[in-house]
Design a protein around this ligand. Structure first.
Ligand code: GCB
Length: 570
């Protein structure tokens, strides 16, 4: 049976050539302090090293090293041998380290991580700090020679497709990839069982699969759940579990448990978002993954705290900007009932020497395969404000290809993207994805908050078939600044609150908007910024960077969105 060994402790870290090694534990970033202090933070290649033992009882197993996120170009060496490189800072990646591992002895794992900006690794230019380091968990997975595939773009090797779901029945297809590293063909028995939340079996299926020596085979098994309990957002985030196991010669050799939920949904260009046939206006916030003095090297404690604040404000949807977040957070969203927009960091610009956006495509495939089974995800976002100006037809083509890849990987979810102001109304670009979002900043970067009404109605009248959302809107609000007569762009907490109150009224009266996403739930580190005298930070959050202070606008949304009862004092 497989086991995952925690590899987070007792690393050595070296920042600069010729410098001193220091002891660290993961998650770790070398920019925890300098990353939020203005324009200069350390970008370059740093080294991590860890020694560990593998006991002789583990002879004959397969070993995989799993990194859940390391920013952004990572080279892995085992006992001096280069195992490979991963480009991209947000997805899980694994290396099969079996060959060259000293079983019954000590091993040295060396990892070079580089957060230099490369032209072909996304993102290159964006309004957030690119914290360097192995900032998520590392594990050593020890598996039997026959196991569910661990090498398919960092996925679990098991994909649950919801073919057709309604109140009477959920028809599923479970596609399993099975790997055999033995030197002979193996006959394995694949056993799939769906358990309800009380652990009772509600569906099952089995298959015999022949897996040739040194290869991977796939098996698709249909399963159906009668009268399913539907996953229904905050109201009923009901989860089943899929227990998938493999037996060879009657011995169970691998087993995984995958939580999942069943639901159906659609977006209507006039009426908005529907979950299980019921209208559900998406009251959304965006979230970045960093925290003051920690950067991206956060732990479950910070993730839980973020979720508690998002629930408190009453949001039912999150845009996880602008990259793949930690698996822990997607699991949390499944359990809490958040409707998610998940996206890749294809932001602002395509590298001049990048011919076809290869790295964006790779990150999209990783995002989808790694997160395929999360019921909370409804939208795959393929780009954010990527510049498609006249001389850049190639960028349009790459966006089109990304949308096609997302559909091919996952025909059952909707594609989306976050456009910037300069996409013209009526532009066919608006139809490359199933739905679109616009990042709009009336009342901050241009005009007045009230201007939203005219723009929205004009856009909707000119493009009645576009399924429209507001993927970002917001204003800076710095808690040290106050005014009794707040004005546009004065950075005060009062203007921030007034802006949101004005804009929210406009959105609420327009049911054709399928979702709206406050930019941002939390202030975040943005090294390029110098806003209102605060260097290195974007202050558009409803809550401060350290999560200690909820701004006035937080309470405004809480009053509108939350079901919590308010006491009116007269
Ligand atoms: C945007 C970007 C986001 C920025 C935001 C802002 O449109 O997508 O990454 O942080 O504007 O605050 O300017």
């Amino acid at each position: 049976m497989r086991i995952a060994k925690d590899m987070n402790r007792d690393w050595k870290f070296l920042k600069t050539e010729g410098g001193a090694w220091e002891s660290v534990n993961l998650p770790h970033t070398w920019n925890a302090q300098d990353g939020a202090n203005g324009f200069n933070f350390y970008k370059g290649a740093c080294w991590y090293e860890k020694r560990f033992q593998v006991t002789s009882q583990e002879e004959g197993k397969r070993f995989f090293l799993e990194f859940q996120g390391s920013n952004s170009v990572t080279d892995v060496y085992m006992n001096g041998k280069h195992l490979g490189q991963h480009r991209g800072g947000y997805s899980t990646f694994r290396f099969d380290v079996t060959d060259g591992l000293a079983v019954g002895g000590e091993n040295t794992l060396s990892v070079k991580v580089d957060n230099t900006v490369y032209e072909d690794v996304y993102p290159q230019m964006a309004d957030f700090t690119f914290y360097g380091g192995i900032y998520r968990d590392v594990a050593l997975i020890v598996a039997e020679p026959v196991h569910f595939d661990l090498m398919d773009h960092g996925s679990q090797g098991i994909y649950i497709t919801q073919e057709k779901v309604d109140r009477e029945k959920a028809e599923l297809t479970v596609r399993s990839r099975i790997s055999n590293s033995r030197e002979a063909t193996e006959k394995v028995r694949l056993w799939l069982e769906v358990l309800d939340d009380a652990g009772k079996t509600v569906a099952y299926g089995a298959r015999e699969v022949f897996v040739e020596a040194g290869s991977t085979a796939e098996a698709a098994v249909p399963l159906s759940i009668e009268n399913p309990n539907l996953w229904h957002g905050l109201e009923n985030p009901y989860l089943y579990s899929l227990k998938a196991s493999l037996a060879s010669c009657n011995d169970t050799v691998d087993e995984v448990l995958i939580p999942f939920g069943v639901r159906h949904f659609e977006v209507d260009a006039e009426k908005g978002f529907f979950l299980n046939g019921e209208h559900l206006p998406l009251h959304g916030v965006s979230r970045h993954q960093d925290r003051k003095d920690m950067g991206w090297a956060i732990t479950p404690r910070e993730q839980d705290e973020d979720m508690a604040l998002i629930k408190e404000v009453g949001a039912n949807s999150i845009r996880l900007a602008h990259y793949q977040h930690n698996q822990y957070f997607y699991d949390l969203c499944d359990r809490e009932g958040m409707v998610l927009w998940a996206e890749i960091p294809f932001i602002s610009v395509m590298g001049k020497s990048d011919a076809d956006g290869e790295n964006a495509k790779q990150q999209l495939v990783e995002l989808i395969r790694q997160n395929y089974n999360h019921p909370s995800i409804f939208f795959w976002g393929v780009q954010n404000e990527i510049q498609i100006g006249g001389e850049k037809p190639l960028v349009r083509q790459v966006v089109q290809e990304l949308a096609e890849i997302a559909k091919k990987e996952d025909p059952n979810r909707l594609t989306t993207m976050a456009n910037v102001m300069f996409v013209k109304d009526g532009d066919p670009y608006n139809f490359m994805t199933d739905t679109v979002g616009y990042n709009k900043y009336y009342g901050w970067y241009q005009g007045q908050a009230e201007d939203f009404a005219g723009w929205l109605d004009g856009f909707h009248a000119a493009n009645p078939k576009v399924k429209l959302s507001i993927s970002e809107y917001g204003a800076e609000g710095i808690i040290q600044y106050h005014s009794e007569t707040p004005k546009v762009k004065d950075y005060t907490e009062e203007y921030h609150a007034l802006y949101h109150e004005t804009v929210w009224k406009i959105f609420e009266a327009r049911p054709y908007l399928w979702g709206t996403y406050v930019w941002n739930m939390f202030d975040f580190g943005a090294n390029i910024r110098d806003e209102g005298g605060v260097q290195g930070r974007n202050n558009k959050g409803l809550v401060t960077y350290d999560r200690k202070i909820k701004k006035d606008a937080f309470y405004m949304y809480k009053a509108h969105w939350s079901k919590e009862k308010f006491v009116h004092i007269t």
